[in-house]
Design a protein around this ligand. Structure first.
Ligand code: NAD
Length: 485
């Protein structure tokens, strides 16, 4: 096996690896070569049953532990993830194709941040005391119960931790279903959590496609579902959760705007546009793919952007010098190529890229279109690949209205040296996560999530606690109780 941290079976349930070869095989393909590097089996009904039964059975005792005890286990797991960062990063690179240059600083490290942050917070989760004359009410912050996490393929380690850490800190059990495209990394998260002392059954991983996700979240024993995925999947999962009146967090797609004013620091603005379009080969939900550039600086911006993109090191993702890797799959690459064709058909000007890179694997050249208009398909639909659309503008009010004219509302960014304008524009954005003179930072301390069709609820930060716990009020009467008869 080409990587050192091979999970030993398809599923992780009740504290141990579990296999059931009756499940449909799912090949794991290394995007840099197209080779099959592992095969997992989709969860059978028996596996789903085992996962839900063990989660349900273990949850009450986990919730009954003190927050300090729960948090200590999460923080120990965070330290172990950092100690094993190299191996976990190599695995993440095999699962996703993202360059080691990225995975070694953005995946297990980000997962460890979430485990450390929510581990530290677990002991601070309390209710409140409300005095009512002599009587009083106290509130208890309680776990929801069993949470289902469903992941996308772009950040498999991070998503497994961003959902698992707050859920476990609040005393829930989790059954996590990774994307069928990148099934390996979440298994290592489960393994590490258990090595750190997590009781069996509290964090389980089962494999499968959408049908397994649907079967999990429709089960009556499940109290909440947190999905990271596309808007169409979000609509289905939200509807299924609504039928059971379950709690939801929805981290969905986007088509986020990035506005570059004529007073912006050009070099920083180009950096922001690169980070917001080409990191992870453009497979980032919050990417600022509609780059509105003031018409007076447009040509200078495009020239500098093309120059800098020419220095991207496209190659073997395991080589630390490589800064740009393949798309996750043949299928995703074909989707992106079809969008590139639409851009050309609809009259956008191709500045650079637009084609496959001549090597094995699913590589696409970083692609920039200029002279894009609001109606073009590449300006309206999420592409989820290394394709930037540059649009012109010359008026603040007008560009803000155009930036907001989308069903999505995940992220938005503005580059300007004008302080008042920066905050005015940020306030005007219809987006959950906004950036001023930067793009795509996602520290665990800050809430992350979308408005409109891009999502429901928030991940990370104190805000996530609200989505993994519920409040119980307890009224206490100190004196006698009167009744009408
Ligand atoms: P996807 O919607 O195809 O799949 C996401 C997950 O949902 C997968 O695990 C899939 O198996 C599962 N699924 C599919 N149908 C289901 C159903 N009916 N019931 C239950 N589960 C089901 O998304 P993807 O292609 O894996 O990921 C790309 C999408 O994810 C993009 O739209 C991207 O913007 C979004 N994304 C959002 C965020 C965020 O935080 N907002 C982060 C990463 C990716």
């Amino acid at each position: 096996m080409p990587y050192p941290t091979q999970p030993t079976a398809s599923h992780f349930i009740n504290g141990a690896y579990v296999e059931d070869t009756d499940g449909t095989p799912i090949d794991v393909i290394y995007p840099a070569t197209g080779e099959v590097i592992a095969t997992v089996h989709s969860a059978t009904p028996a596996i789903i049953e085992q996962a839900l039964t063990s989660a349900r059975a273990a949850q009450a005792a986990w919730a009954a532990m003190t927050g300090t005890e729960r948090g200590r286990i999460l923080r120990r797991a965070a330290d172990m993830m950092r100690d094993r960062n190299h191996d976990l990063s190599v695995l993440e690179t095999h699962d996703t194709g993202k360059p080691y240059q990225e995975t070694s600083v953005a995946d297990a490290t980000s997962g460890a941040d979430a485990l450390e942050y929510f581990g530290g917070m677990a002991a601070t989760l309390t209710g409140e005391h409300i005095q009512l004359g002599e009587d009083w009410v106290y509130t208890r912050r309680e776990a929801l119960g069993v949470c289902v996490g469903i992941g996308a393929w772009n950040y498999p380690t991070q998503i497994a931790c961003w959902k698992g850490a707050p859920a476990l800190a609040c005393g829930n059990a989790m059954v996590f279903k990774p994307s069928e495209t990148t099934p390996l990394c979440a298994l290592k998260v489960a393994e590490i959590l258990h090595e750190a002392g997590l009781p069996a059954g509290i964090y389980n991983v089962v494999q499968g496609l959408g049908d397994v996700g649907a079967a999990l979240l429709e089960d009556a024993r499940v109290d909440k579902v947190s999905l990271t995925g596309s808007v169409p999947t979000g609509r289905k999962v939200y509807a299924a959760a609504a039928a059971g009146l379950k709690h939801v967090t929805m981290e969905l797609g986007g088509k986020s705007p990035l506005i570059v004013f004529d007073d912006a620091d050009l070099e920083n603005a180009v950096s922001g546009a690169i980070l917001g379009n080409f990191y992870s080969s453009g497979q980032v939900c919050s990417n600022g793919t509609r780059v509105f550039v003031h018409k007076d600086i447009k040509e200078a911006f495009l020239t500098r952007l093309a120059d800098r993109l020419a220095t991207a090191v496209i190659g073997d993702p395991l080589d630390p010098a490589t800064s740009f890797g393949p798309m996750v799959s043949e299928r995703q690459m074909q989707i992106v190529l079809s969008y590139i064709a639409k851009g050309q058909d609809e009259g956008a000007r191709l500045v650079c890229g637009g084609t496959r890179v001549d090597r094995a694997g699913f590589y696409l050249a970083p692609t920039v279109f200029a002279d894009v208009t609001d109606e073009m398909t590449i300006a309206r639909e999420e592409i989820f690949g290394p394709v930037m659309a540059v649009l012109d503008f010359d008026d603040e009010q007008d560009v803000l209205a155009r930036a907001n004219a989308t069903e999505f509302g995940l992220a938005a960014g503005v580059f300007t040296r004008d302080l008042a304008r920066a905050h005015r524009v940020a306030a005007g954005f219809e987006a959950g996560t906004c950036y001023i003179n930067t793009y795509n930072d996602a520290p665990v301390e800050a809430p992350f999530g979308g408005v409109k069709a891009s999502g429901v609820g928030r991940e990370n930060s104190k805000a996530a606690i609200e989505h993994y716990s519920q409040i119980k009020s307890v009224y206490v009467r100190m004196g006698d109780l009167e009744a009408p008869f």
